[in-house]
Design a protein around this ligand. Structure first.
Ligand code: ATP
Ligand code: MG
Length: 395
């Protein structure tokens, strides 16, 4: 525990004016939530357009930083040492101590950038830059000053306390979850959909999720994998309500009534319809999928159009233009990859035809669906009535 507090820098504030407060307050709320999982006590405060996290008692700096790196809306995390005694001689000592502790390897160039935010402080910032630079050079002769491209830019801010900081750890960027409404993620056990959920949550959107389960064709273990993925995404996105829909009877009915090469498309259309109904009930304003153009037969432009045909809500497909490898890279970065590649079947693999249509004609699909009759409406109602809800809190 080297640091007493962390200065949180945020970059993008979507809409200005009154919404700035909403942005900041939501960011503070999300920071508090993320820190609940960290051992220690933390205070999150706002002061003249800045957010601080201050620790009480003992905690591990790295744990705090890891948690903050998952809070959307944070551009940078600056770990700080705060000095209460502003006496100039004491400040000099503290600066030397800071450089010693934070940089065990003294072979570096530095620059001091002092700011006197409290104008009552008797020493000016230029004077501080010179004096503090000098005491550092005296204490550590290996260090050198470089005013243009220093390895270390030591910031000294004189306020009611003095803040010392030099490290800047990148946050995830984006906007705080809760500033941009809610959307429903179609979450399968694959690689793509958790990444898609992450990307939309990063824009400040609260997530709910839906998983279509087909027991006994898909196992409990396959469902558990999706719950695990929802929990991994929730580490960034905050609590996710995961709706688990029993899709077996619907799939069997499609299998018995429709041409087999159209099964996947018709099944996907029913997934979208049900997801949309759940979204409406949950107050979500859009659907999210992990589709990417051309990746499989059901993701050609014609297939996407046929699937989209049943949606009245906007469907967000954030990985639509990504190559598989780009999606994999992102899933590794956010920590979902290892879980996604566990070998449990997902419901699509059971009923897939040998030669699915790759260029479905919407009119043909619509007329095939007519064969499903009223029985389908009943099955959809039944599926909605028996939907299970699992709260995934990310821990
Ligand atoms: P993923 O890696 O996300 O599973 P995929 O490459 O396997 O995607 P498809 O199986 O064609 O692609 O599914 C496309 C999208 O449809 C998925 O990204 C997901 O959003 C949704 N989806 C597919 N199967 C299910 C399911 N069983 N439950 C919920 N959503 C699903
Ligand atoms: Mg899949």
């Amino acid at each position: 525990m080297k640091y007493q507090s962390f200065l949180i820098k945020y970059a993008e504030i979507g809409t200005k004016g009154k919404n700035r407060y909403m942005f900041e307050d939501t960011l503070m709320k999300q920071i508090r939530r993320a820190l609940e999982a960290v051992d220690g006590e933390f205070e999150v405060t706002k002061e003249s357009g800045r957010i601080y996290v201050t620790g009480n008692g003992s905690y591990d700096d790295d744990d705090v930083i890891e948690a903050l790196k998952r809070v959307f809306g944070i551009a940078d995390i600056c770990p700080m040492v705060q000095i209460e005694d502003r006496d100039y001689e004491n400040l000099k000592k503290a600066v030397v101590e800071y450089m010693d502790q934070v940089y065990p390897d003294k072979n570096l160039t530095f620059k001091v950038a002092a700011r006197r935010a409290d104008k009552h402080y008797p020493i000016g910032s230029e004077q501080m830059n010179r004096d503090l630079g000098e005491v550092i050079l005296e204490a550590f002769p290996q260090m050198k000053v470089d005013v243009h491209h220093p390895d270390v830019l030591l910031r000294v801010e004189v306020r009611q306390k003095v803040n010392l900081f030099s490290e800047m750890i990148p946050g995830p960027g984006g906007m705080p979850v809760g500033t941009n409404g809610k959307a429903m993620l179609l979450l399968s056990g694959g690689i793509d959909s958790p990444v898609a959920g992450y990307m939309i949550a990063k824009r400040g959107v609260v997530l709910d999720a839906v998983y279509f389960h087909a027991p006994p064709y898909t196992s409990e273990r396959a469902k558990q994998k999706v719950v695990d993925l929802a929990n991994l995404v929730a580490r960034y996105a905050g609590p996710i309500n995961l709706y688990v829909v029993n899709f077996t009877d619907i799939q069997l009915h499609i299998y018995e009534s429709c041409p087999h090469e159209e099964l996947t498309i018709i099944m996907r259309r029913y997934m979208m319809r049900i997801a949309q109904k759940l979204a409406e009930d949950a107050g979500a304003m859009g659907l999210i999928t992990g589709e990417s153009i051309g990746q499989v037969a059901s993701q050609t432009l014609q297939s996407l159009a046929a699937t989209n045909d049943v949606c009245t809500m906007p469907v967000f497909r954030p990985v639509i233009g990504f190559d598989k490898q780009e999606i994999i890279d992102l899933s590794e970065k956010i920590g979902t990859y290892e879980t996604s590649i566990q070998p449990y079947e997902d419901c699509c693999t059971i009923f897939v035809a040998k030669h699915p249509v790759t260029r479905p004609n919407i009119n043909v699909i619509r007329s095939s669906e007519k064969r499903l009759g009223e029985k389908m409406e009943e099955l959809v109602r039944e599926a909605l009535n028996t939907t299970e809800r699992i709260l995934c809190q990310g821990r």
